[in-house]
Design a protein around this ligand. Structure first.
Ligand SMILES: [Zn+2]
Length: 125
C-alpha cells in the first residue's frame, strides 16, 4: 500500500465538500485532501482549482527562484519538425503521414510505423 499524499493546494481545506469533512462527531474539521494519487500538477494537487491557488500564491516566487526567462527562446529550422497526417480519401480509411517543418513549411512523407514511433524524429535535439 502506497503512502497517502496531501494536496499541496494552499486553500484545499477551505472548499466545503463532504469528502474533506473528517473527524468524530464533536471534533469535525474540513481537511486538506489526502490520496494515494492526484491527477493535477505532476501529482501534487487534487484539482485544477488547488493548482491555481498554489500558483497564485507562490508562482511568481517560484519563477524568480528557478530562473525567470529574460530572453525569448528560439526554435530553429533544425528543430521545427513535427508530425501530422491527412485523410487519404473517403473510400480509403488510411492516412497520409508526414513531417512538416514549422519554419520552412517543407513536408516529408513518412510511413505509419514511423509516425507511431515516438523515437523517430527529425529534430536534432
Ligand atoms: Zn486540493
Amino acid at each position: 500500500m502506497s503512502e497517502l499524499k496531501l494536496c499541496q493546494g494552499t486553500r484545499c481545506h477551505t472548499y466545503h465538500t463532504q469528502d474533506r469533512l473528517k473527524g468524530s462527531k464533536d471534533n469535525k474539521t474540513i481537511q486538506t485532501r489526502r490520496r494515494s494519487n492526484f491527477y493535477y500538477g505532476n501529482g501534487n494537487f487534487c484539482s485544477l482549482n488547488c493548482q491555481n491557488d498554489w500558483f497564485s500564491e507562490y508562482g511568481t516566487k517560484a519563477i524568480d527562484h528557478f530562473g525567470r526567462l529574460t530572453e525569448p527562446k528560439h526554435l530553429t529550422e533544425d528543430n521545427a519538425w513535427h508530425k501530422g497526417y491527412d485523410w487519404r480519401g473517403s473510400s480509403d480509411q488510411s492516412h497520409l503521414y508526414y513531417f512538416i517543418n514549422a519554419i520552412t513549411k517543407e513536408r516529408r512523407t513518412i510511413t505509419e510505423e514511423q509516425y507511431d514511433d515516438r523515437n523517430y524524429v527529425l529534430n536534432t535535439n
